[in-house]
Design a protein around this ligand. Structure first.
Ligand code: FES
Length: 113
């Protein structure tokens, strides 16, 4: 796969997780000013959608049990999750938000589903 447009910056609300499907991979996007961060949308604890949660500082909190995942490293900062989620580099090209789900920036395993 290659880098491709997955969303429009102008359509992303500030500090609000947004789920997008990228070639069958669910990705959670979070706009922070003029940058966007991206992590795999599936919580590493019990496969809940992280986009259903809230953003705290530089993390997204899972709405099911409350683990918070760092948006840069994918690592959970609180239990019950213990494994990181994949993270993705985001490129901005004008209003286009672009990423490649085949090139995660950490070595976190993808969920089985
Ligand atoms: S499903 Fe996310 S913390 Fe449990």
């Amino acid at each position: 796969m290659t880098t491709r447009t997955v969303a429009k910056l102008s359509e992303l609300a500030e500090a609000t997780p947004t789920r997008v499907d990228v070639d069958g991979v669910p990705v959670c996007l979070v706009r922070m000013g003029e940058t966007v961060k991206a992590v795999h949308d599936t919580c590493s604890h019990q496969q809940w959608s992280l986009a259903d949660g809230m953003v705290w500082d530089n993390g997204v909190e899972c709405s099911l049990h409350g683990s918070t995942f760092d948006l840069d490293t994918g690592k959970p900062s609180s239990l019950p999750a213990m494994k990181p989620v994949p993270t993705f580099a985001v490129e901005l090209d004008g209003d286009d938000v672009r990423l490649d789900v085949a090139a995660p920036t950490n070595d976190a395993p993808f969920p089985d589903h």
